[in-house]
Design a binder for this molecule. Sequence first.
Ligand SMILES: [Zn+2]
Length: 242
Amino acid sequence: PHIVAPVPVEEIALSTGILKIQPLPDVCENIEGILLPDKEKSCGVIFFNDKRPIGRQRFSIGHELGHFLIPSHAGEQRECSSVDLSRYDGNEESEANEFAKRLLLPEHLLLPELKDKVLDITLLNQLADLFQMSFEATANAVIPLSNEAVAIVFIKDRKVRYNWRNFRHFKHKLKVNKNDDLPESYQVFALKQNSTSDFVELAVHDWLNVNMGLQSTYSLHGQTFVQENGFSTILLKITSPS
Ligand SMILES: [Zn+2]
């Protein structure tokens, strides 16, 4: 069938042998999703944590569906935590995450949305709404697909959580890595919650590992999105002289 965003994850799951998709009972506070399949994985039931934002709920369902459909995953009960849902290190949890990401934010639906558009925080938020996914999951899926030299830095309380870049166009390694403080020169945190700055020019040597001699050949701009609870995100963009 022809699928448009938002990807109908429950409908898809129900067409593959999943009999029921329902909210977890209150007792399971730190569990995001549970899969109860039979041994042959001919049928199964998915539970998800409905206390989470809609994007996370959809990701949890996609993740459990991954365990159900990936042939090498045994037909056994899975209880998946938020740690499991953020793993990308090659085990079964990370395979289920990769499955969910490709199902819910598929390249063939994202690429047309990026065509002829300039990537910025507003576009990322629009795509998150369109695909009914979190801003973070959406940004992570979009960054590698962009035709611009973009990178993204996820922050909590002025410390870097992690960064991610478009390896095709953004060739330089970032200087701001996990648990690093942000450069002192960076001062746009006066923004209020849920607001976005303009792109401002940043000091290249504060953010990128580059040779001193190369710094004058291009410029670096950053746009900041201040979210809730101390979370914020910086979208970085390298522009070369034309
Ligand atoms: Zn899992």
